[in-house]
Design a protein around this ligand. Sequence first.
Ligand code: ZN
Length: 278
Amino acid sequence: MSRRRRGKRKKLEKEEKETTRKRRRRSYTRRRREFDAEAWLKRNIEELAQNLGLDTLGLTREELIEALVKIVEELAGASTYIDVNTMVKRFRRYYDRIAPLIAANIAEVRAHMTKEQLEFVASNIGDFILIFAPKLYSEAKRLGYSEDLMQILQQQWIRAWINRRGTPIPPRCPKCGFNALTPDLTCLVCGVALSDKELKASPEFKYMFKEFIKRASTEELEYILKAGYVILSAHEVKSPKEPRTKVDIEIFLSANEKEEIRKELSNRRESQNSSRAN
Ligand SMILES: [Zn+2]
């Protein structure tokens, strides 16, 4: 399935869920007077946002309400009436868990973010970065961020990947720097689709390939010349004979790279011969 179709399908599923949720909420209200998070927020949004320090992010009233409505609904629990102080206390109590939700909701309601918003989102997004990394990356680029913020995002991505999907992590994309390169050489974050040649042109691959050639046994190098490819993981280039994980990438070797291997083999033979001669 194409990425766009998949995206559409997800959107549809989400819309479906939302309409059933709305329907459920409406019929529930008829049975019992329930806490109405939206109405509550309309009355209290300024005070709540101020108490939570969200009033300095430059979000409109509507955006704040949209970003907080589901959380307020959750936090209200079975209460039918809650004052702002109690709500603020509940926010603070669960803030570690709530902050990523607020960040994700802000990323969702804003088509474009300001620097303040992006910085807030970047430092609070938690595991939701697995969903929002493409947007955060493109916003960071649009706003002209240098390495610092990108590194925060890249590290959050790795942490979230390990939290949710375990190890190992995918190899690093030479374009955006996220460990998000898939075995078909497309990137989950910046969306680039690389050729083998483009990937191999990256300094990181070149370095890892050289290290591998130095490290590999003569038998391994001879095997790779015949096989014509190596395996790339997040941290190293390795032989196809080594255990492989589902995020590893097969990289086919060009004539030049095979030549590098041949050169290494002949160097090894020469030094063996000269040590024998001595
Ligand atoms: Zn990328």
